[in-house]
Design a protein around this ligand. Structure first.
Ligand code: ANZ
Length: 809
């Protein structure tokens, strides 16, 4: 027979699958649906090894689910708007659409060569006008419901990308995309009201997510339960948010954020110069710098607030450790019990007043060394003295303060509304027009999409490039028909990815964002992708689904039932792969050298899928050799003979135990152990071929089951084997084999025999062996006998099915 030559067989099968429409999804009410989805890529130009790693194992699993009888939906598309296209277009003097679509074509070809079961008839790119039309439709629906609004205020500005960013896109004070430190600017921008859903987003329903993703989202939403307390000041009442109203009597000063609206009104003429200098300096610092531990800075305004219970005057300070974006942008400082307030009070010589004392301890004295944030009894607090501090009394204290009219129970969230407008070209135009008479008006649904104009000068200037196209901006008001101007910003591309999983149901639907008759394909049953989307994309898409539910488009509360993150394939050196490090592995080269199935196998085998690991260039030889052996097993007439001793029972045990293991491993996404088990089984099969069992029904059964088990992992070679063995149709529509439970369990066990505390030998005995039978077998074992001979046996212990221990003297 010929040797294994993937280069001959793989393109042939890919073409046939295509012609047969083998992977085209059809509604089939007789089967349970399974929607498997891998996060769609940005069309950067090339699929890199990370894309392969992210897609191959989920493809194997989707194939396995199909063989198990599910009606599997496995679509793919392109997340095609965004800055790289625009930047590449500027650099090479091209048009972003042309650049993007040619990349999509190339990458689709690469995906096809990967041999996945993606249904390409459902594919689309988010920059297709027929897609972004629905972004615009959603935006106008959000707008009508007050869920999209425009507001002025401080925003994050990336000076390199020349656009504003959402909070979620600022990582450690820098632009999530390009790493440039973010500046603050005062601008009027569009927001989506994700905060309306803050509480609901904390409830993950039935969604099974990795714990760390859940935690990251929960922390991002940042719920805090506490109270608002109001302090009279010369500039009117000032409300602060506190999680510790039980420490109210320990408040010795107030602190405002530098950007707080009352700063000017509260600053006395003597302090004006110092405050102005301080506020300016704070404005130049990034949020990260401001929140860093270290020397606290601040300045006195010269004014005093009045403590609402004691009536004491409290100095009002300005300091940048208080953030304008959280709570009310001001705090009551309780230095005795809050570390930051403590550091501040120590630095500026402000009073420290103990109000929570640990049970049985003395007071903290005049000059405490640290703040005490633990539990204890309330002291120095008049009518509240003797109550337990902390959680136990907070509700009661809030009720008492409420009765006096100085406080109100309040829950705050760190989550801010989602800033969605961008001052760049390559995105969805915001479908709003401004009329002198009627203000901001949504573009009527029948006029959507508002198409991106072509031939725009889009070199970034900090202004929306669409502004420059006067012909495009000039329009009419949908209310009065009078002259109006279009909004010239485009949407954050995270809008595109917030609902794309619904669009696959009917990518060309021009009556709905997606076909409501197919809505029960949702939720996505298994969603896979990188951990980098733990907050941004996943939180936004959860939000979008909840709004869609409230719009009556779906009955789902959550878009995903099960979420898993693959790890990352690193360079050989353990660093991230990057062109500048020169450690990039090109999957196209690997495919040219080894064939698709080998690359697929290696990517499943290289590491536990959810962990990832460094690339090992030698490692791929193992899978390459393995597939050569698999090929020879089926197609090499030689290597047959009676010289090995594999029995039918041995063979059936190996096959069914492997099947059982592989089935469980697919279920748990343990892909590397699947490949390991298949490799191990190959050894037994090669031996069995040289044993009398060859050619018997047990042998034929083994070849058939092995063929089916190969199908999800190495779809091409498995198809070749299937057809060559005379199978009808495709191996990929066959059923996954049933485990013969009796065959999969051996009725013998192998146990160790210890002599004098050391394992000296292994014996195979029946699971139901009596103690006497076990001991007899142990003594008869030559490895054991050597250590027992000539000695006196003191004691023999048999732990059934586990171990034998012989004590000698
Ligand atoms: C008095 C107090 C006493 C506080 C005490 C804490 C401990 P979380 O849990 O993150 O919600 N705070 C409120 N608004 C702030 C802002 N804009 N910038 C910086 N800090 C702010 O934190 C809530 C606590 O953080 C609030 O409770 C407030 O300090 C501070 F022993 O009030 B606390």
């Amino acid at each position: 027979a010929e040797r294994y030559n993937p280069h001959a067989t793989e393109p042939k099968w890919q073409q046939r699958w295509d012609e047969q429409g083998l992977y085209t999804f059809c509604e089939d009410p007789s089967k349970t649906k399974h929607y498997a989805l891998t996060m769609f890529p940005y069309p950067s130009g090339n699929l890199h090894i990370g894309h392969w790693y992210a897609n191959v194992a989920p493809d194997a699993r989707a194939r396995w689910m199909r063989m198990r009888g599910y009606n599997v939906f496995f679509p793919m598309g392109f997340d095609a708007f965004g800055l790289p296209a625009e930047n590449a277009a500027i650099k090479n003097n091209l048009d972003p659409a042309g650049w993007t679509y040619s990349n999509i074509e190339h990458m689709t070809g690469q995906f096809r060569r990967m041999g996945t079961m993606i249904d390409w008839s459902r594919s689309f790119a988010t920059c297709d006008p027929e897609y972004y039309r629905w972004n615009q439709w959603f935006f106008t629906e959000f707008f009508r419901r007050g869920l999209a609004y425009k507001k002025g205020g401080l925003v994050n500005w990336c000076p390199r990308d020349q656009t504003v960013l959402a909070n979620e896109q600022v990582v450690d004070g820098s632009c999530e995309r390009c790493g440039t430190p973010v500046e603050r600017r005062n601008l009027s921008q569009w927001y989506l009201k994700i905060t309306d859903y803050a509480e609901e987003l904390l409830d993950f329903g039935d969604t099974d997510m990795p714990e760390r993703v859940r935690l990251m989202q929960t922390n991002w939403i940042g719920k805090s339960v506490g109270a608002e307390v109001t302090f009279p000041t010369p500039a009117g009442p000032e409300t602060v948010f506190t999680t510790r109203p039980d420490t109210l009597m320990g408040a010795t000063f107030l602190v405002l954020a530098p950007e707080h609206a009352k700063v000017d009104a509260l600053t006395t003429p003597e302090q004006a110069e110092a405050v102005r200098t301080y506020v300016e300096a704070a404005g130049r610092k990034t949020d990260v710098e401001r929140q860093q531990e270290g020397e606290k800075t601040g300045v006195f305004t010269g004014s005093y607030a009045t403590h609402p219970v004691s009536g004491d005057p409290l100095p009002i300070w300005v300091a940048d450790y208080v953030l304008v974006t959280y709570g009310t942008g001001s705090i009551m400082a309780v230095p005795a019990h809050d570390e930051r307030d403590f550091a501040f009070a120590r630095k500026f010589g402000l009073p420290i007043r103990e109000v929570i004392r640990p049970q049985g301890e003395e007071g903290m004295g005049e000059q405490p060394e640290v703040a005490y944030s633990g539990e204890g009894l309330i002291v120095n607090s008049g009518e509240f003295d003797g109550l337990p501090g902390g959680k136990a009394s907070i509700d009661q204290i809030i009720r008492r303060l409420e009765a006096r009219g100085v406080a109100q129970a309040r829950t705050t969230y760190r989550l801010r509304d989602w800033l969605v407008s961008r001052q760049r070209y390559w995105g969805t135009p915001i479908p709003i027009v401004y009329c002198a008479e009627h203000g901001a008006q949504p573009v009527p649904a029948e006029e959507l999409p508002v198409r991106l104009p072509e031939n725009v000068e889009f070199t970034p200037t900090g202004q929306s490039p669409l502004k420059l196209d006067r012909e495009w901006t000039a329009t009419t008001c949908p209310v009065c028909g009078g002259p109006a101007e279009r909004d010239t910003d485009t949407m954050d591309t995270f809008v595109d990815s917030s609902w794309y999983m619904y669009r696959y149901l009917s990518p060309h639907d021009d009556a709905h964002p997606f076909d409501p008759a197919r809505a029960d394909l949702l939720p996505v049953d298994l969603y896979t992708g990188g951990i980098e989307h733990a907050i941004l994309h996943l939180l936004y898409s959860r939000f979008w689904t909840k709004v869609m539910r409230d719009l009556g488009l779906t009955t789902q509360n959550e878009p995903f039932r099960w979420l898993r993150n693959q790890g990352m394939i690193l360079g050989e050196d353990g660093d991230k792969m990057s062109k500048s490090r020169g450690n990039v592995v090109d999957p196209d080269d690997l495919v040219r050298e080894y064939g698709v199935d080998t690359v697929r196998t290696y990517l499943m085998f290289i590491a536990p899928w959810e962990l990832g690991g460094p690339w090992d260039p030698q490692g791929i030889n193992g899978p390459a050799k393995w597939l050569g052996r698999v090929w020879a097993l089926y197609f090499d007439e030689k290597a047959v003979g009676p010289e090995e001793g594999v029995t039918a029972a041995d063979l059936r045990y190996a096959v069914h135990a492997t099947l059982k293991k592989v089935t469980g491993d697919f279920d748990r996404l343990s892909f590397n152990t699947i490949v390991a088990s298949l490799m191990e089984l190959t050894n037994t099969l090669v031996k069995a071929k040289r044993s009398p069992v060859f050619g018997t029904p047990a042998w034929e059964e083994a070849l058939d089951i092995f063929n089916r088990m190969l199908a999800p992992v190495v779809p091409h070679i498995a198809e070749e084997i299937w057809v060559e063995r005379g199978g009808t149709g495709s191996v990929h529509v066959q059923s996954w084999p049933e485990v013969d439970q009796a065959a999969a369990t051996r009725d013998t066990v192998t146990i160790g025999v210890q002599v004098g505390g050391k394992v000296r030998g292994q014996i195979e005995i029946s699971k139901t062996a009596t103690q006497e039978e076990a001991l007899t077998a142990a003594r008869a074992n030559p490895d054991v006998a050597r250590f027992v001979e000539g000695k006196t046996t003191v004691k023999e212990v048999y732990v059934p099915g586990r171990i034998i221990n012989i004590v000698v003297r």
